[in-house]
Design a protein around this ligand. Sequence first.
Ligand code: ADP
Ligand code: MG
Ligand code: MG
Length: 250
Amino acid sequence: MLKIKNLHASIEDKEILKGINLEINPGEVHAIMGPNGSGKSTLSSVIAGKEEYEMTEGEIIFEGGDLSELDPEERAHKGIFLSFQYPVEIPGVSVTNFMKTAINAHRKANGLEDMPANEMLKLIREKSEMLEIDRKFLSRSLNEGFSGGEKKRNEIFQMAMLDPKLSILDETDSGLDIDALKVVADGVNKLRTENNAVLVITHYQRLLNYIVPDVVHVMVDGKIVKTGGKELAYELEERGYDWVKQEKAV
Ligand code: ADP
Ligand code: MG
Ligand code: MG
């Protein structure tokens, strides 16, 4: 599904990603862990196509096609979902109405008509029931006065509605409380299928107690220095990151 080869990327002429190789197949959950400042969020931004970052070398192939010339919206329409670390508030626009607009924009970009209203309602009902989101929440203004947990609930609802092929959840700096953590984990676990994939980026191992990854990567200084199974996350929690850096230096 996603194949990243020798990816180098810079911001303001400073090289942050220094040769990333990563392959994610349908059905897999990958986690990227690593010390603060190692480039994890930069990687998610570069995959999503944010303009501040410049790809200087390498390739990002998604479903067989090169992403490098596509803007973030086009990538989203191809099925890449990036969770918002700093969600915008839109007073007067409800969670549901925002979602309807987003879904129809996706459909249009993929050559489809607007979703008929009854079908939209059915989809909203189905996904909100699955995620145990109540009706009152759906009619609230987008992100206005939302708690940390509610912001996450909204994000997971968007993910459920858009049904992306690849979801990238960057949870590094957001200081998730236990409620928010469970919302994210339950949502991701319910939305997992054989056909989609998830990339979870996290500084702490805690989230991975709830979302069990198939593959764990450790990023240090713009490179993936170690890859393993879910047990690697526990090892990092116990031993920190220094031993990985030292092992790499040997
Ligand atoms: P992580 O998510 O692993 O904590 P980041 O990708 O946020 O790491 O940051 C990697 C490096 O890139 C850091 O040294 C950071 O200071 C730098 N960096 C990230 N974003 C910017 C930016 N917008 N402008 C300048 N430097 C940045
Ligand atoms: Mg950081
Ligand atoms: Mg980060």
